[in-house]
Design a protein. Structure first.
Length: 340
């Protein structure tokens, strides 16, 4: 057991983790055992300690990264290297049992902004249950894959090429269908692959968790939640989208926000999409996800979970998330390009 200060985060149902000892310690935290309103504390179950001495910890960071490394999943995996523009990007490959009926279907798991590939491990069990081979990938500037020349995130505008390289790797290994699992920024990348990739005809499903569908709306919402004036957000967008201010932004090329707006470009998509999002997400507007599904009801399905934080829908209800995603992947209508 571990006793924590009570907050919206620490009292939320589900499974989470704590990073402590300056990031060298990690523990997986389970459900609430008891609360003490007078002391302002909550006691939760400790499912496992992966590293460090949790009993000696005085402070920590609450996280959704329940699986910091592949070993915690208990599934066989291997380290692979994906050739990308500036070198090779490390990935984890999970191969299903030989008896699987879907060994030619691969799932590619794409993490979010500022995160690492460990954050995308949460979707691997579902893919494994369906017999998919999984690739959990890294991408430029995430500290695992090679950095771009400017060492700046481009909100998926260039990062999607690294994930396309992972698709190419999968095709070379016998993949005939691709399911993309995208988390936050990873969802934006998945949408770009479905729209622009030379392999888009092989992409048969998208599972998008807390997706960034329109970066302009997302950045404005983040500015608003940070209590910044509207003009600051508008100025920031102008600077990021202008070649004349690259000396300030540090970007090699300006960001093309219209190209990144899949709310406006929803009609360009032709693959079944599961959108998983929490109404309480303060980072990525839930209203954009709802409008996106409204615009393409024949393709897109919306699934909500009562998450307290961005991209922690799985954490709020791991079993419910796994079951719902598995059922959708088994029963979603075939895409216009590929059928299971």
């Amino acid at each position: 057991m571990v006793e924590l200060p009570a907050s919206v985060r620490t009292t939320a149902p589900g499974r989470y983790s704590i990073w402590f000892a300056n990031g060298t310690g990690h523990a997986c935290i389970g459900g609430v055992v008891s609360t003490d309103a007078g002391a302002g504390t909550v006691t939760r179950r400790v499912e496992r300690v992966d590293s460090g001495d949790l009993q000696a910890a005085k402070a920590g960071i609450w996280s959704g990264y329940v699986y910091p490394t592949p070993e915690q999943l208990g599934l066989p995996y291997s380290d692979v290297q994906i050739p990308v523009e500036n070198g090779v990007a490390p990935a984890w490959k999970f191969a299903p049992g030989q008896a699987s009926g879907h060994s030619s279907t691969w799932a590619i798991h794409i993490h979010g902004l500022g995160g690492s590939k460990a954050g995308a491990l949460r979707g691997v069990r579902v893919a494994d249950r369906l017999g998919y081979t999984s690739l959990v990938v890294s991408l430029r500037n995430d500290r695992d894959a090679p950095a771009s020349k400017d060492a700046r995130y481009h909100l998926g505008q260039t990062e999607w090429y690294d994930v396309e390289a992972a698709v190419l790797y999968a095709v070379g290994q016998g993949a005939r269908q691709i399911v993309l699992f995208g988390w936050s920024l990873g969802a934006s990348i998945a949408l770009q692959l479905a729209a622009f990739s030379e392999f888009r005809d092989l992409i048969c499903r998208l599972v998008l968790n807390a997706p960034v569908i329109d970066w302009r709306s997302t950045l404005v919402a983040n500015a608003r939640s940070s209590m910044l004036p509207g003009w600051v957000a508008r100025l920031g967008l102008q600077m990021l989208g202008s070649s004349g201010t690259r000396w300030i932004t540090g970007l090699d090329a300006p960001l093309n926000f219209p190209a990144l707006d899949f709310l406006a470009r929803a009609d360009e998509l032709s693959v079944p999409i599961l959108v998983i999002h929490s109404e309480g997400d303060r980072s990525t507007p839930f209203a954009i996800s709802r409008e996106f599904v409204t615009r393409r009801p024949e393709l897109a399905t919306l699934l909500t979970f009562p998450s307290a934080e961005h991209a922690q829908e799985w954490n709020a209800d791991p079993d419910g998330w796994d079951t719902a995603v598995e059922n959708w992947l088994r029963n979603a209508p075939p895409s216009s390009a590929v059928s299971l």
